[in-house]
Design a protein around this ligand. Sequence first.
Ligand code: NDP
Ligand code: 2IT
Length: 445
Amino acid sequence: MNVEKIMQEVERKNPGEVEYLQAVREVLESIEEVVNENPHFETAGIIERIIDPDRVLTFKVPWVDDKGKVHVNRGFRVQFNNAIGPYKGGLRFHPSVNLSILKFLGFEQIFKNSLTTLPMGGGKGGSDFDPKGKSDNEIMRFCQAFMLELWKLIGPSTDVPAGDIGVGGREIGYMYGMYKKLASENTGVLTGKGINWGGSLIRPEATGFGNVYFAKEMLKTKNKDFNGKLVAVSGFGNVAWGAITKATELGAKVVTISGPDGYIYDPEGISGAKIDYLLELRASNQDIVKPYSYEFPSAQFIPGKKPWEVKVDIALPCATQNELDKNDAQMLIKNGCVCVSEGANMPCTPEAVELFLENKVLFGPGKAANAGGVATSGLEMTQNSMKLSWTREEVDEKLHHIMCSIHEACVKHGKDDDGFVNYVKGANVAGFLKVANAMLDQGIV
Ligand code: NDP
Ligand code: 2IT
């Protein structure tokens, strides 16, 4: 397999799709060896077939704001690969959303979902709609307009969307209500539903909890744990919240959160009532973290900077793609950081990842480390099919077990002769093999 030759073709077919090309290159470089050892993958065109989405659907979403003005946004659903189960993956509402971003996310989702051990294919969708500053009624009207198109493309056994940036419980509720009305059925077509209408306990916190469980397993390989450690978290959304809660529970002190405007440094730790305040800040649809520093005197707001300059033992990037670059990685390494676990999707640039690996930092890539969210979505789908609900403890135990299995799979496929585990390689190879073998079994379709 010739990675450069394949990349040339992918670049030709997808010009300027920077994030998508970045995600594809990373996977290809990781699986090169295993593909060379198994020439039948190439003969069956597995690489070309896995790189291209099965289909990309785009649609217009017209909606009316509170003043009666009409707006038009663009909606997308990328159905990437369904070799091991229905297309599955979140919806992102953010002004930056474009096809490159959704294709990178959908592509990553194939391997992430494969790692969860559950039968889910990969997909992603969303819109360039900006929820910031919109009223609740505007959000509802947008979600309904979005679902008016999306409902034809999805179904509990074909494609099961969920949340991502800008899409949480409220948006899932409005979209589910509209789907139910249009499809005349009450099924588990979306995950992340409210607990009284088919949702699963632990789903809201699952990505962050899972990320910390994964980091815990990585630390265990070096006889380390979270207790007494300093942790830097970026973002202040759904994933950040879960990660902060679990890291704190395990005895760590989380000292940062961030927004696009800068970061908060709170040397006394972000926990308890401070986490509740964080949730209030989020619920108010604000994109700023500055108010936190007015509320809690121990905290300082550092405008225009990222949290990676703070001296910490563990870093959990939980905001967005490419938010931690080479300079940030250098600062973390210089300050003695031993573990980086990606809560967000692809938050570290390739140069940053390279530095972490060179310096033997425990590095958990998003498709393994943040798989707890979609894994718990899988558990929600199971509960929906069985028409029952598991307890908090039952779901948490299954989530924990899944994160340990993912860690094991990464070690199995990522450990080198010196005993160093390259979790990037491990996650990509383990995720790829299951999907590739399923594609082989199912013929050319
Ligand atoms: P949320 O919308 O709940 O939160 C994201 C927050 O991060 C927003 O407040 C956003 O602000 C902020 N943010 C965006 N860009 C930056 C930046 N450059 N620096 C600092 N903060 C920023 O989203 P989630 O928590 O759900 O998602 C966060 C990440 O985790 C994404 O990469 C997502 O793909 C990934 N993920 C999510 C899962 C889930 O279950 N929700 C599962 C697995 C991964 P603003 O909107 O103003 O830019
Ligand atoms: O990136 C992700 O894994 C998610 N946003 C969650 C997807 C899901 O289907 O729960």
